[in-house]
Design a protein. Sequence first.
Length: 242
Amino acid sequence: MDDHIRRELRVLRLYVLLSTLAIACLAVAAFRQEKQRFTEIDVQRINVREPDGTLRTVISNKARFPGLIIRGKEYRHPRSQAGMLFFNDEGTENGGLIFGGQKDKDGKVINSGGSLTFDQYEQDQIVQIEGSHDSSGHFAGLTVFDRPDRPIEKDLQESPSIESMSPAEREKLMAQRAKNNYYGAVRIKVARTDEGAAGISLRDAHGRPRIVMQVSKDGLSSLKFLDADGKVLNELTPTSER
């Protein structure tokens, strides 16, 4: 190989090396930009993280929606709607916004609506704003819950053993837990009912309505006081004696 060819090879190697370095520098510079502007983005999921990698927000379609995440560990969850989830400083879910809607092949409404929730620390929602429409009717309102101090992770860990029970055993366990408010209870509900009435329901620690204030779609208003069994102890209406 003569000197001329050797010089050309050296120049070619130097050119390739410099080109590679230039491309690498441009790539690094692009990723280090703090701000980028886009006119339109099509994505299936966006994860917002702290500098240390802690997950803080997820915006996702239905297909890539995450399960329940507690301190960065993900558990299977039956949710199947698109939306946004919020996470606390420890990477644990503490609320979210979900929405969806679909009909069957006959055009019957299966479900439609949205829900904004705020969770208790390492527990389920304690405040929920919801608007929904399904085959059983319409619901629109605000609900406030009591939740146990028990971390919800404990329930997730025992879920496989519950699923392995027979239907009768599972039903018995769920009935017992419901009686003991194992998962908490509704305390306040401000809502529009299926009958078209607007009402406020204040409930005891077992979720039983004790004071119900309501205005029907016809404009009739009432204030009821109930006992633990749901019996009306007293009722005030515009025509009640004063």
